[in-house]
Design a protein around this ligand. Structure first.
Ligand SMILES: C[S@@+](CC[C@H](N)C(=O)[O-])C[C@H]1O[C@@H](n2cnc3c(N)ncnc32)[C@H](O)[C@@H]1O
Length: 221
């Protein structure tokens, strides 16, 4: 799978590239490419933004700058092979179904903005699909992009360690979309806080039944 990020803050992604799940498949099953708008801007002195027509606070990421970056990566408009998605607080909200939909793609491109966001012609002509990580406003699209990359990469074969899995976790088909059951580990007693006796019993049938109940209760809560 290939994921391209277009950003004003390319160095923001360094930490993520050193951690699982990305680090485990980077350069093999995952081809992750970071494009800086400033490297492709046709404007002088690395300019990428401008004042909003009509006035108002903040700067707007220019459509010609975003277009130049896309063209440098993929060729002229219309030739884009990836699924191009603009990151925006008012986009389609990311949930597990959307994540799984994206895992089926071989190539996606995530466009990140800062300031007041994109010139609207980016949404109208270059990236009609918009993705939001939630109904709140962040200062830039880098954290949303990382959320998408992490969530999608978990499904890339080899990305997760042997103790991790996308099965039997919250929202999974195995749990019929419910929350995952509660987990406990040693010590069995801490400050008088115990562990459900059934989990120490070794009785797999009872443990499975308890986990189903725990999952149901956590989903209802
Ligand atoms: C400060 S925000 C712009 C907010 C915009 N002025 C508005 O009111 O909708 C700058 C950029 O951060 C990114 N961003 C902020 N919140 C986001 C969210 N919840 N989901 C996805 N991207 C987000 C987007 O790329 C956005 O263009």
């Amino acid at each position: 799978m290939r994921i391209d990020i277009f950003t004003l803050v390319p160095h923001a992604f360094a930490w993520m590239c050193e951690q699982r799940p990305v680090a485990a498949v980077l350069g093999s099953a995952l081809d992750l490419r970071i494009f800086s708008y400033r490297d492709f801007t046709p404007l002088r002195a690395g300019q990428v933004d401008d004042e909003p027509y009509g006035g108002g606070a903040g700067m707007v990421l220019r459509v010609d700058v975003v277009d130049a970056a896309l063209e440098a990566a993929y060729g002229a408009v219309g030739e884009c092979s990836p699924r191009v998605i603009a990151l925006s607080p008012s986009g389609r909200q990311l949930d597990q179904a959307y994540v799984e939909e994206l895992t089926a793609e071989s190539h996606i491109a995530l466009l990140s903005a800062r300031f007041e966001g994109f010139d609207s012609r980016v949404h109208d002509h270059l990236a009609p699909e918009a993705l939001s990580v939630g109904p709140y406003v962040l200062s830039g699209g880098e954290i949303p992009a990382m959320a998408v990359i992490d969530a999608v990469t978990r499904y890339v074969p080899g990305a997760l360690g042997s103790t991790e899995s996308t099965t039997e976790e919250t929202f999974s088909k195995e749990l019929e979309g419910r929350s995952e059951y509660a987990h406990y580990t040693r010590p069995a007693e801490y400050r008088g806080w115990g562990v459900p006796e059934v989990l120490l019993s070794g009785d797999h049938a009872r443990i499975a039944a308890w986990r189903r109940e725990s999952s149901l209760a956590r989903t209802r809560a």
